[in-house]
Write a protein that binds this ligand. Structure first.
Ligand SMILES: *Cc1c(COP(=O)(O)O)cnc(C)c1O
Length: 240
């Protein structure tokens, strides 16, 4: 399938999910998850007006941010080690994956050094799967005040990942759970946390029905990822 037809069908699905939920499609941002895809794929996406890209590795991002289209806005969606905070602050429009107080403090410190602020989302492990990163919901409520006191961090909202399942409907409780947590946090702090980053290729329509404002879509848009570590070299002994 071509990028264009993938994009068209995703946009139609987003619109249909918004219709079902009584929401405006303009409330939902499509984040094109470009991890594992080339700069050329990113440039092609930009030609079709896609300008928000998600990456999950700092090393891979450096090259893409420097060589990608000028119009691009970069979002970090992977697990972030504290020792990469400096780069993360420098490279990204938004970091979706703040998953501990320690990481939040490291981001704060690097923002101070760089005289910047960071737009962040708190990643929450709603499903409780041991393999997932993120705050537990009760930790978010306990630590929100301290997190909010970090004055270089703008907490825009929350991010979650549902357990993988071939049946998207099974992701719904996770997405509902994130929305409930968001409402409790807004109540507790008396400020809005409008951004909810949830839903991937297999479950974004359900996420939209449950209030997602950013859907993170890779495979459905770009096709399968090629997890190459290095720029591919032409095979040896190839006769051209
Ligand atoms: C890879 C990734 C995605 C996109 O996954 P697809 O199934 O390819 O759409 C979304 N969110 C996060 C955090 C990811 O790591």
């Amino acid at each position: 399938m071509s990028f264009e037809s993938n994009l068209n069908s995703i946009q139609e699905n987003i619109k249909a999910a918004c219709d079902r939920a009584g929401r405006a499609p303009s409330e939902v941002k499509l984040l094109a998850v470009s991890k594992g895809h080339s700069i050329e794929s990113i440039r092609e996406a930009a030609e079709y007006g896609v300008n928000h890209f998600g990456e999950n590795k700092i090393q891979e991002s450096k090259l893409k941010v420097s060589q990608g289209p000028r119009s691009a806005e970069w979002h970090f969606i992977g697990h972030l080690q504290t020792n990469k905070s400096r780069d993360a602050v420098r490279l990204f429009h938004m970091i979706h994956s703040i998953d501990s107080m320690r990481l939040a403090e490291a981001i704060q410190e690097n923002c101070e050094k760089q005289a910047r602020t960071a737009r962040i989302l708190l990643e929450v492990n709603i499903s409780g799967e041991a393999s997932k990163h993120g705050f537990r919901p009760d930790e978010v409520l306990d630590q929100l005040e301290d997190l909010n006191a970090l004055d270089r961090l703008e907490i825009h909202g929350f991010m979650t990942m549902a357990p993988w399942t071939p049946e998207p409907e099974k992701s719904r409780p996770t997405f509902k759970g994130l929305n409930e947590l968001r409402l409790r946090c807004e109540d507790a702090m008396g400020v809005p946390f409008p951004v909810m980053s949830m839903g991937m290729s297999n479950d974004y329509e359900i996420a939209i029905e449950e209030g997602a404002t950013i859907v993170r879509i890779g495979t459905e848009l770009f096709g399968k990822r090629s997890y190459k570590k290095k720029q591919s070299k032409p095979p040896q002994n190839q006769t051209l």
